[in-house]
Design a protein around this ligand. Structure first.
Ligand code: SF4
Length: 84
């Protein structure tokens, strides 16, 4: 079941505080954080967990690299222009 590791705690390098596995498996629009493998692979069979609970399409969304800030800024400006 998807909740089996939810109470396990880890120190989050992004937040700088303790978080539980439930947070890590859902903080990315209800998908796992893109760093979940690196953070949890020593404590959970994370590859098996991802395979069991997330489709290939979902997994591809999880591990999309973040857009560079400049690219995001240009997209925001283009969207703002379209709204005018
Ligand atoms: S998986 Fe993400 S949210 Fe969880 S501890 Fe690692 S960086 Fe933080």
């Amino acid at each position: 079941m998807i909740e089996e590791h939810d109470q396990k705690m880890i120190r989050c390098p992004r937040i700088g505080g303790d978080v539980n596995f439930k947070f890590c498996r859902s903080e990315n629009n209800m998908l796992p954080c893109r760093w979940v493998v690196g953070c949890w692979e020593r404590r959970v069979d994370i590859h098996k967990f991802l395979e069991e609970h997330f489709s290939e399409e979902e997994q591809s969304k999880i591990f999309v690299p973040p857009k560079p800030k400049l690219e995001s800024l240009v997209e925001m400006m283009e969207k703002a222009k379209e709204k005018k």
